[in-house]
Design a protein around this ligand. Structure first.
Ligand SMILES: NC(=O)c1ccc[n+]([C@@H]2O[C@H](COP(=O)([O-])OP(=O)(O)OC[C@H]3O[C@@H](n4cnc5c(N)ncnc54)[C@H](O)[C@@H]3O)[C@@H](O)[C@H]2O)c1
Ligand SMILES: [Zn+2]
Ligand SMILES: [Zn+2]
Length: 347
């Protein structure tokens, strides 16, 4: 048996004892988790925003561990390997995988902690292990490499690449959580002139400034974010606006911040409908993108992390034993009060 964090209904993360997973197909591996973490998406699941995730599910789609068993069809990994679990399961052979979009893999996609049991447990079964795990590298800590599971590729692929960040551009990022800050950090690979971080949590906005953001705006009652961004950009707005929260108010804010010809790159997980203001945008020549992370850039991001070219250690603020994961959920859910960014669980 093993300990696992189970989605037990709206607002109810519950630590339970569950059977250890077993290999079901030759392409599966069983990973003994060493560290895991909580994602903003887990908070959306607890709010009831993710219809595919049923109660009784073991949550979690991020973490690092050691391969305990590898099915006979697993070629790249063997017991004892230190691995990073990708939030995206990839069969590597279906049409979606072969066109570089494993987020919609017909045998995989975002399954862990969603439609199959996830990584917030002592053991996890990883289907299609060859396409869904990465070897850990020297040069970055295990905690830093957890950011490869989801936050770094999401910020980079759904924010920076979809947002067409280019040298000299101005970026506004709405939402200053681990994913919003990961977008800011990886945007630096393309030398933007300005990165304006917008968030409600003053501590996180300040942190983003120490990690490379040129400007920070703490939003909240009485703060005119649109006016502040316009003032910083000669009245134009931002070339790339990244939505990294997942509520209607922030997507609507993005529509007011985008400059003519710019791009709104949505990466937030939304649980309800949002208004699209075409009466203002129809003549602005803008692009709106949506994306579920593919995590196809993980191998590149692992190299950048291992070589020290991208630095994210500042995001790792709180550490708990796995037995205290319910308390860790409270801390991450009330991040402003606890000055928390990414909360790490040790097994
Ligand atoms: N598209 C994908 O594939 C993908 C992958 C991973 C995460 N996500 C999503 O990315 C988003 C960010 O994830 P995270 O882990 O950083 O989450 P998080 O909950 O830690 O961060 C969200 C941040 O938004 C801020 N915020 C909330 N309301 C706001 C408002 N009205 N204005 C400005 N800021 C506000 C919060 O203070 C918080 O700092 C979530 O929606 C998550 O589900 C999407
Ligand atoms: Zn995540
Ligand atoms: Zn596939």
């Amino acid at each position: 048996m093993m300990k696992a964090l189970v989605f037990s209904g709206k607002g109810q993360p519950m630590l339970q004892v569950r059977p250890k997973p077993a290999i079901l197909k030759p392409t599966d591996a069983i990973v003994r988790m060493v560290k895991t973490t909580i994602c903003g998406t887990d908070l959306h699941i607890l709010k009831g925003d993710v219809a595919t995730c049923n109660t009784g599910r073991i949550l979690g789609h991020e973490g690092v561990g050691v391969v305990e068993f590898a099915g006979e069809g697993v070629m790249k990994f063997k017991p004892g390997d230190n691995v990073i679990v990708s939030c995206i399961t990839s069969c590597s052979t279906c049409d979606y995988c072969r066109k570089g979009m494993p987020s919609h893999c017909v045998h995989g996609g975002w399954k862990l902690g969603n439609t199959i049991d996830g990584t917030q447990a002592e053991y996890v079964r990883i289907p299609h292990a060859d396409g869904s795990l990465h070897l850990m590298v020297e040069g970055a800590t295990a905690e830093e490499q957890i950011m490869i599971s989801d936050a770094l590729p999401t910020g980079f692929e759904c924010g920076v690449l979809s947002g067409r960040v280019s040298p000299g551009c101005t970026i506004a990022i709405v939402g200053c959580g681990p994913v919003g800050i990961s977008a800011m950090v990886t945007s630096q690979l393309y030398s933007p002139a300005r990165v304006i971080m917008i968030g409600r949590n003053a501590n996180r906005v300040e942190l983003a400034k120490t990690m490379g953001a040129t400007h920070g705006i703490v939003s909240g009652q009485g703060v005119d974010v649109v006016a502040a961004v316009k003032e910083l950009t000669n009245g134009e707005g931002a070339d790339t606006v990244i939505e990294a929260v997942g509520v209607p108010a922030t997507f609507e804010l993005c529509q007011e911040l985008v400059a003519p010809g710019g791009t709104i790159a949505n990466l937030g997980v939304h649980g309800c409908k949002v208004d699209l203001h075409l009466e203002n945008l129809w003549d602005k020549n803008i692009t709106i993108t949506t994306r579920l992370v593919d995590a196809t850039t993980a191998p590149m991001l692992i190299k950048l992390l291992g070589s020290g070219k991208i630095k994210i250690a500042g995001l790792l603020t709180h550490r708990y034993n796995f037995a205290d994961i319910v308390e860790a959920y409270d801390t991450f859910g009330a991040a402003a009060k606890h000055k928390a960014v990414k909360v790490i669980l040790h097994f």
